[in-house]
Design a protein around this ligand. Structure first.
Ligand SMILES: *[C@@H]1O[C@H](CO)[C@@H](O)[C@H](O)[C@H]1NC(C)=O
Ligand SMILES: *[C@@H]1O[C@H](CO)[C@@H](O)[C@H](O)[C@H]1NC(C)=O
Length: 842
């Protein structure tokens, strides 16, 4: 009976599996066995997979009354290769000598932490490896092809970019000739756009209007700007259209670093970086630093003058940080939605800022375009007021504004272009080698709205077997940043199990949503009307699975749709010898900005927008679209593999699905309705919950805040020791709620089959339920330096991974039961009193 509902996609198509096996052999033969990319490994696993499904019945044991730790042999032990592989993944990180009831994180990750060498990085986790493997697979694919073998424009663009990027990677960044060439290329751009009075290059903008026009042009082509940044996303007030949102800028690093006194060293180091940048640029270009920018002190050295200017620039950025809203204030979306129905109104509201000039340039509006019907949304009105005041005060000259913009232009683009600039992040001052610099480029900084989802850059140190692999995977990563759907397309296209994985992810998400709805029904603090709205939200949830059909087209044999999507990158389809790596980066940035932003400002609302690459190892909820997105990248170990046990997949991918779903119900998610529009707004807030239910929600959240604040997780040495319960509550609630939904779904799934899963070889003493919890723990294994941990505790909305394991377990009593912990004695299994009931009433 049970086997009929077991999601046996491949079982029904054994012929296809065989075919894939045969293709594997051919492909491998053609390319040489030396190519061992992820893409091909997956093909190989497919073959294993077909065996699995052929003898599916033997992989299941008959139902047992309850899993038992001490009697290992009640259930069958699987002998499948894929199960062995899953087991080995777990075995490679767990410390079985630790007591899971005392410290579950130590139990699941003790060995990982002991064995992992940070290789100079500040942190490394099981997660990084997944992204590395994907990037490597994409690099291997392109390296195995010649340009003429590629039929789609989307892939030719990538091949050309990678070729230029690899070539650039062969350059020695400390070679003076290389540096000079690179600075010269950047300077052409800089002088065309702006000029740089600090080093005597004439300023281009002639007045404040001109400054704002340049800001628009530069952001249009080169990503965000230092005074403000705009993005295009769904209109919070009208789900049928998009809107242009003008925002405070994403700063070089978190606001706290600028405004809190304990980070003075950090700012000092940042100022030194800017000083070094100024010196590097001026000396390479043979330009003299104009002493009028350091109080006309003609007798001081270049270094001292540059240092004064750098401190001035950091102070300016500091005042921008002070004027901008802190993260905690960025969670109320009503406060961040001030629409202006006409650009002209905007100019009268902020009379010193020439925002209509800026928008005209950003969107390349025709000179005769009527601004009256042109709607824009201001996200942080008081921030712009402060900037308006700054321009009004006349404290800065046009030359100084230009210098400030130029410094940021150089910093951003030198970093992207592989010019050595020292790290702003690293107190140990030394010139960083290529690929070691820690400069955070604009595109990966945490933003809001469309760029709200921070893209975590690949950190390949210690993962790459050679410096060549480091360069190759780094180049793919830049491509994922600037052409998200290009490498995404290639990755998905080459995954032969894509339709099976997509079907499986869909089933799993459906089951988890179903279970979450069951959890909602058990709440005692939500009234009927609010409950009905909550259900409506999950019914209306837009589910984006693995890749966007709208972008990739209906099948992968025809690239017409995806090529059309990438028409803004067309200059990279065919390049001649004169085309430089800098040209390539420019095209990539421009392509991104037009494709993902400016071109869609007039497009209708599209809730199926993925925002980021299908090749990225992450998942997200977008409140303004009420959508949940699982890129293909996340459907890999340590979260998922089509052929791994269901306990593993439900814990990893299932837990991720539950986590993102729960974000739809957190303090931000509940502000939006089932269509992604601001719900029932009154007075200061919008919510799908009525007042009584909202106060129940706040109580629930407060329990979690309190728990984190009082327990001081993760207890390290030093002044900063504990996760901040307030700032991490959203993520913690999503972890706790999501993992419970996944656990329920797993058990229900197996109950529907009236079966229990086999035991894992080497881990046979653990029940499937215990494996579920262990997989969750393993997915969070991370080694991190104390310094990095301090920074995370101070600034990150995510608690450190040890807390994401140990604290979460405390609020899910099924964990304590499954591990037979002593309630009230085991810290992982507190009494009913000390536990927070998150999204459940039981
Ligand atoms: C917008 O929401 C309405 C319901 O309020 C719905 O009928 C319509 O299909 C939605 N439009 C889009 C583009 O999602
Ligand atoms: C279990 O079966 C019920 C009844 O057929 C179904 O509604 C539910 O979605 C199934 N749940 C899972 C997790 O498979």
């Amino acid at each position: 009976e049970g086997r009929i509902t077991w999601n046996l996609g491949p079982l029904q198509r054994p012929a296809m599996s065989k075919l894939l096996g045969a293709t594997t052999v051919l492909v491998l033969a053609a390319l040489g066995v030396a190519i061992a990319s992820l893409v091909f490994n997956i093909l190989v696993f497919n073959k294993v997979n077909s065996d699995k499904y052929n003898d599916a019945p033997t992989t299941m044991a008959s139902p047992t009354s309850s899993p038992d730790t001490d009697c290992p042999t009640l259930d069958t032990i699987s002998t499948q290769a894929s199960w062995k592989e899953a087991a080995n993944r777990i075995l490679s990180t767990v410390d079985l000598s630790a007591d899971p009831c005392q410290d579950f994180y130590q139990f699941t990750c003790g060995k990982y932490i002991q064995d992992t060498n940070l290789d100079g990085m500040s942190r490394k986790g099981t997660y990084d490896e997944a992204q590395y493997q994907i990037n490597l697979g994409i690099a291997d694919y392109f390296d195995s092809k010649k340009l003429k073998d590629l039929t789609s424009d989307t892939e030719k663009i990538q091949k050309n970019f990678l070729t230029l990027c690899y070539d650039d990677g062969q350059n020695d960044p400390s070679d003076p000739e290389v540096r000079k060439t690179k600075w010269t290329q950047l300077s052409v751009e800089l002088n065309k756009e702006l000029g740089f009075p600090l080093v005597g290059t004439a300023r281009q903008p002639q007045d404040v209007d001109g400054i704002f026009t340049k800001m628009g042009e530069m952001e249009r082509d080169f990503t965000g700007g230092p005074f403000m940044t705009s993005f295009v996303t769904a209109d919070f007030g009208d789900n049928n259209t998009n809107a242009l949102y003008i925002n405070q800028p994403a700063l070089q690093f978190a606001r706290d670093f600028f405004v809190k006194p304990q980070f003075i060293d950090h700012l000092q180091a940042y100022a030194e970086d800017i000083r070094d940048l100024i010196i590097a640029y001026s000396s390479n270009m043979g330009l003299k630093i104009d002493r009028s920018f350091c109080g006309n002190q003609n007798d001081i050295s270049d270094k001292d003058c540059a240092e004064q200017v750098a401190q001035w620039a950091v102070n300016l950025e500091r005042s921008i940080a002070m004027a901008s809203w802190p993260d905690t204030e960025l969670r109320n979306y009503k406060q961040q939605y001030t629409p202006f129905e006409s650009l002209n109104n905007l100019d009268s509201r902020y009379s010193q800022l020439k925002l209509s000039r800026y928008v005209r340039a950003l969107l390349q509006l025709q000179p005769d375009q009527d601004l009256n019907g042109f709607k824009v949304v201001i996200s942080q009105p008081t921030y712009l007021s402060a900037i308006d005041g700054m321009f009004d005060s006349g404290k800065l000259s046009l030359d100084e504004y230009t210098n400030y913009l130029a410094i940021h232009f150089l910093m951003e683009n030198a970093g992207d272009f592989g010019i050595d600039i020292p790290s702003a992040d690293d107190p140990v001052k030394k010139m960083k080698k290529k690929n070691e610099k820690k400069y955070e480029k604009y595109i990966t900084r945490r933003g809001h709205g469309a760029r709200r989802i921070k893209r975590r850059p690949l950190n390949s140190k210690g993962l790459a077997a050679s410096s060549d692999d480091e360069i190759r995977t780094g180049c793919v990563d830049a491509m994922i940043d600037y052409m998200p759907f290009g490498p995404g397309y290639t990755y998905v296209k080459n995954r032969d199990d894509k339709y099976d994985v997509r079907a499986d992810a869909r089933t799993m998400a459906k089951n988890i949503i179903h279970e979450f709805n069951g959890m909602l029904n058990s709440l005692d603090w939500i009234d009927d009307e609010s409950l009905a709205f909550a259900h409506l939200k999950s019914e209306g949830l837009q589910r984006n699975y693995l890749w966007p059909d709208k972008v990739f087209g209906d099948d992968f044999s025809n690239s017409e749709t995806v090529d059309k999507y990438h028409h803004r990158y067309q200059l990279l389809i065919a390049v001649d010898d004169k085309f430089t790596y800098w040209d390539a980066i420019k095209q990539m940035k421009m392509g991104l900005m037009y494709t993902e932003q400016w071109d869609i400002v007039d497009a209708g609302g599209d809730r199926s927008n993925f925002l980021q690459s299908p090749a990225t190892v992450n998942a997200w909820y977008q409140p303004e679209r009420n959508s949940i997105t699982f890129p293909f990248g996340i459907l890999n170990p340590p979260y998922y593999n089509l052929n791994y046990p269901q306990a593993y997949n439900y814990a990893g991918q299932g837990g991720t699905a539950g986590h993102e779903l729960t974000h739809g119900y957190d303090d931000e998610g509940t502000q939006f309705d089932e269509n992604g529009m601001l719900a029932d707004c009154e007075f200061t807030h919008c919510s799908i919950l009525d007042d009584d239910s909202r106060s129940g929600f706040v109580d629930m959240a407060q329990c979690v805040v309190q728990q984190f604040n009082t327990q001081c997780c993760p207890l390290k040495k030093g002044n900063v020791r504990c996760a901040n319960g307030d700032t991490t509550q959203g993520e913690n609630i999503a972890d706790i709620g999501g993992q419970q939904a996944a656990y329920r779904a797993y058990n229900q799934f197996m109950a529907n089959l009236t079966m229990t899963e086999d035991r894992l070889p080497g881990l046979e003493k653990f029940s499937p339920q215990q494996i579920f919890w262990m997989t969750y723990g393993v997915s969070w294994c991370m080694k991190i330096t104390d310094e990095r941990l301090t920074k995370q505790l101070m600034t990150d909305p995510h608690a450190p991974s040890s807390c994401r394991v140990n604290q979460v377990m405390q609020d899910i009593p099924q964990f304590g039961m499954d591990f037979k912990c002593k309630r009230g004695v085991s810290p992982m299994y507190p009494t009913e009193y000390d536990r927070c009931k998150v999204w459940v009433g039981y």
